[in-house]
Design a protein around this ligand. Structure first.
Ligand code: AMP
Ligand code: MG
Length: 427
């Protein structure tokens, strides 16, 4: 077996051309399995706990929605017949129907008559059109429709126009959010079969990394990455397995990878992926499994090792906290969505005008921390924070977006349009 030192030397010379970010997303998504494919990963969850969960099976509608033809307006239901929609039309009010009224066995509405009807009430037999109250003048038991260009069938909602009984109401793979939860409720369904949460093992690496309660020592820094990652994993629907801090020691690193692979669907580590003397992560991945690539043409985040250990996908993220966040958002998040059985989605994007010149080197994708806002005439503008150091986590707190400067993009001039990824609510 090759020694770690031999593998390290081999990897240092490997892939001098860093991988383009768009290829990375495709590769990382292909590396993970879709948990939804195996029914042993399915579980039934009550409606109150569905938010953020991924449907393992489609939800089939047991009923048609709406269940009956009904009125879309408060007004008068009548048979349009050969009326022209313009001439004033006088109708006799034969009855009244509120939403939820039962006792619907009235005789069909006759020509020349109408039923006073409220929004959501079942259409009376014989009527095909509803005239809104505001287009009418009521005189005792009669109502006069004052034209207004009403067409036959206006303001009538058809049974099943939203969903047909037996049809797919929500497809498998849907991430449940307020609207999807509401749709289930509208069908009288109070639970759904979802994919279990992906288990993601995480450890920080570095002999200089301190955990809370450790005695302070010179040259040491507190472990922020672990808390960033546990937070991101939870907000993106995973169950984190917190494996603590692993020092830069090959034996302990090997044990951590093996233990992680035995219990997780995905492994994430931070640190130790560069070319320093104590950077063992990628060589260890290669020794225990494989490294698909380990350099990405991006900033921050260039050193990042992606591969597998004992069949378990591994993301060896960089050590710097901002690089950890950016590589998570760009690559781990879509892979996690795929693992959880959903389609990978881009973060919400916008195009904003830069209020300043932004220095940018072509040949890599840059993610700069920015603050975007609407200016006085309502157009979106963005400025970047002064310190873009990849360890400066405070900038990630102040930023509300990342300015994404694509691979070939040169320096941005004042007023140029740039793409931003909104961060609010996503980190
Ligand atoms: P590395 O890639 O391991 O050389 O780490 C790069 C930089 O990130 C170094 O300054 C590390 O001290 C810092 N760093 C690595 N891991 C962490 C962590 N878990 N929390 C905070 N900073 C870290
Ligand atoms: Mg390190």
């Amino acid at each position: 077996m090759k020694t770690l030192a031999e593998i390290t030397a081999e990897l240092a010379g490997y892939d001098p051309q860093s991988v383009h970010v768009t290829d990375v997303v495709a590769t990382t998504c292909a590396l993970v399995a879709d948990l939804k494919a195996d029914p042993s990963n399915h579980e039934t969850v009550d409606i109150g706990d569905l938010t953020g969960r991924v449907l393992a099976q489609p939800v089939i509608s047991p009923i048609s929605v709406p269940p009956h033809d009904n009125s879309a307006m408060d007004g008068y239901a009548f048979a349009y017949g050969d009326w022209d929609g313009e001439r004033p039309l006088r109708l006799t009010v034969a009855g009244q129907r509120l939403a939820g009224d039962t006792g619907l066995a009235e005789a069909p509405v006759e020509t020349g008559a109408c039923v006073h009807i409220m929004t959501g009430a079942v259409m009376p037999a014989g009527a095909d059109t509803v005239v809104p109250t505001e287009l009418c003048t009521r005189e005792g038991d009669t109502v006069v429709i004052n034209g207004g260009g009403l067409r036959a069938g206006d303001n009538r909602r058809f049974a099943g126009e939203d969903l047909q009984a037996g049809g797919v109401a929500v497809p498998a793979g849907q991430v449940m959010h307020a609207a999807a939860v509401g749709l289930l409720a509208s069908l009288g369904i109070n639970s759904a079969v979802v994919v279990r949460r992906p288990r993601v093992a995480y450890f920080s690496t570095g002999s200089e990394i301190l955990s809370f309660g450790d005695a302070p020592r010179s040259g040491a820094v507190y472990d922020s990455n672990r808390w960033v990652m546990l937070s991101l994993l939870r907000s993106w629907g995973a169950t984190p397995i917190d494996m603590g801090v692993i020092p830069d020691d090959p034996a302990q690193l090997a044990a951590a990878f093996t233990q992680a692979a035995a219990q997780a669907d995905m492994i994430i580590s931070s640190g130790g992926v560069s070319v320093g003397e104590a950077d063992h992560t990628k060589a260890m991945m290669r020794q225990l499994g494989d490294v698909t690539f380990w350099r990405v043409a991006m900033r921050p985040g260039r050193p990042m090792a992606v591969g597998r250990v004992n069949g378990c996908p591994v993301f060896g993220l960089p050590g710097n906290p901002v690089a950890v966040m950016v590589t998570f958002l760009a690559f781990v998040r879509p892979a996690l969505q795929t693992l959880a059985g959903a389609e990978p989605t881009p973060l919400p994007m916008a195009v904003a005008r830069s209020v300043e010149k932004i220095r940018k080197r072509p040949g890599r994708t840059e993610y700069q921390r920015g603050v975007a806002s609407l200016d006085a005439d309502g157009s979106l503008t963005v400025s970047v924070l002064p310190n873009q150091g990849s360890g400066v986590l405070s900038g990630m707190v102040r930023a509300n977006c990342l300015v994404v400067l694509s691979h070939e993009q040169p320096t941005v001039e004042v007023g140029d349009a740039v793409t931003i990824w909104w961060l609010d609510r996503f980190i």
